[in-house]
Design a protein. Structure first.
Length: 371
């Protein structure tokens, strides 16, 4: 082959390789962007504006059964990842379903992904809509009634049930005992496994609560911060309950506001790195979403800590989402304060970004997210 022809041939091959590389990169970038809303791929991670990233780290409540323009404006500004609903938000099935649909339209507009729509509906425990009350006869679960209640939750648009309770009452006087549907540990483990399976059947995500187990405490964390040294045997049995629920497919774990002196004598579990990251993430190998119990009406006022400071510490401890379920207006101020902290703290910013990726990934996984 003449030298000139050879050079032209080599040049053509190089140009074709460059064009093919550009096409592959463009295709890869397009596919990656399909998985994440309105955002670009930056290196190996997903970049988004800070408001959206931090907002997805938050769960908020709304004050009533309808959305005013003021409420909508706050939701547009915070762009929360989840909405927790209460009895105050319910008037009728039709109204409640329409409210959830309106909320999801706002979520799609702001982030391109739905809210986690959450509420407490525990079998014969805490309840917002009374769909799972009186579902036990002679201490035996009525699975048909439980299945019917869960089916109704699905029809209304609920995507995360803040249940099942995973706190076995090792202390007979524990405040949580009345919310635990079984009389022994093995039955609770079996009940929770079946309950999680039914939630999954109806495209609803389960939440194990309250890690690492509140059943050793008498005091109610709505009133005080329980504090005590936990018997090692009881503690390990409690961890086994959570591990069983995780193995059954629970995607959420809610934290407890109590202090476990044998693990962390300083901080409530919600704010404890040794408990959430050391035990839940590393020892139990939980890869899902860790959420706080309500910070606004429980931890902050009872422990005398600023809600924004509590939120920052909760994120640093290992929580994926922080819950402020009561007053939406003050939560805008809390969001602003946390954002200022994130902007000045590279490590905290990295935590928020990684949480964002985990949350969006679950929402985009249709087989897990229930949408």
């Amino acid at each position: 082959m003449p030298v000139k022809t050879k050079r032209l041939f080599i040049l053509a091959v190089v140009l074709l390789a460059v064009i093919a590389g550009i096409a592959v990169f463009a295709s890869f970038k397009q596919k990656k962007n399909l998985s994440y809303p309105d955002k670009a791929v930056s290196g190996a991670g997903i970049s988004a504006n800070l408001d959206l990233e931090l907002g997805q780290n938050m769960i908020v409540g709304i004050p009533g059964p309808t959305l005013t323009e003021s409420i909508k404006n706050i939701l547009h500004k915070i762009k929360p990842g989840g909405i927790v609903l209460y009895r105050r938000n319910y008037q009728s099935d039709g109204q409640f379903k329409s409210l959830i649909q309106e909320l999801q339209a706002i979520a799609q507009e702001d982030s391109g992904v739905p809210y986690f729509i959450m509420l407490d509906e525990e079998p014969d425990g805490a309840s917002r809509l009374d769909l799972l009350t009186n579902v036990f006869t002679l201490n035996l679960p009525d699975w048909r009634a439980i299945d019917g209640g869960i089916s109704k939750l699905e029809n209304l648009g609920v995507t995360v049930d803040l249940a099942p309770v995973t706190d076995y009452p090792f202390n007979e006087d524990s405040f949580i005992k009345k919310r635990v549907p079984t009389d022994n540990l093995s039955d609770l483990k079996a009940f929770n496994q079946t309950f999680i399976g039914l939630l999954k059947k109806h495209n609803i995500l389960a939440t194990l609560k309250h890690f690492p187990g509140a059943g050793v405490f008498v005091e109610d964390p709505h009133k005080v911060i329980p504090n005590g040294y936990v018997n090692e045997d009881y503690f390990n049995q409690s961890l086994s309950l959570f591990k069983s629920g995780i193995d059954a497919g629970a995607q959420f774990v809610m934290t407890n506001h109590a202090i476990y002196e044998n693990i962390d004598p300083v901080s409530p579990a919600t704010l404890s790195y040794p408990i959430l990251t050391g035990l839940l993430r590393k020892k139990i190998d939980f890869k899902g979403i860790i959420i706080t119990d309500d910070i606004e009406d429980m931890l902050a006022p009872v422990w005398k800590i600023d809600p924004a400071d509590a939120g920052v510490r909760a994120l640093e401890a290992g929580n994926t989402m922080i819950m402020y379920g009561q007053s939406l207006d003050p939560n805008m101020d809390t969001f602003t304060k946390i954002k200022q902290r994130v902007e000045s703290d590279k490590e905290l910013k990295s935590i928020v970004e990684q949480n964002y990726i985990k949350i969006i990934s679950l929402k985009n996984n249709k087989s897990l997210a229930g949408y």
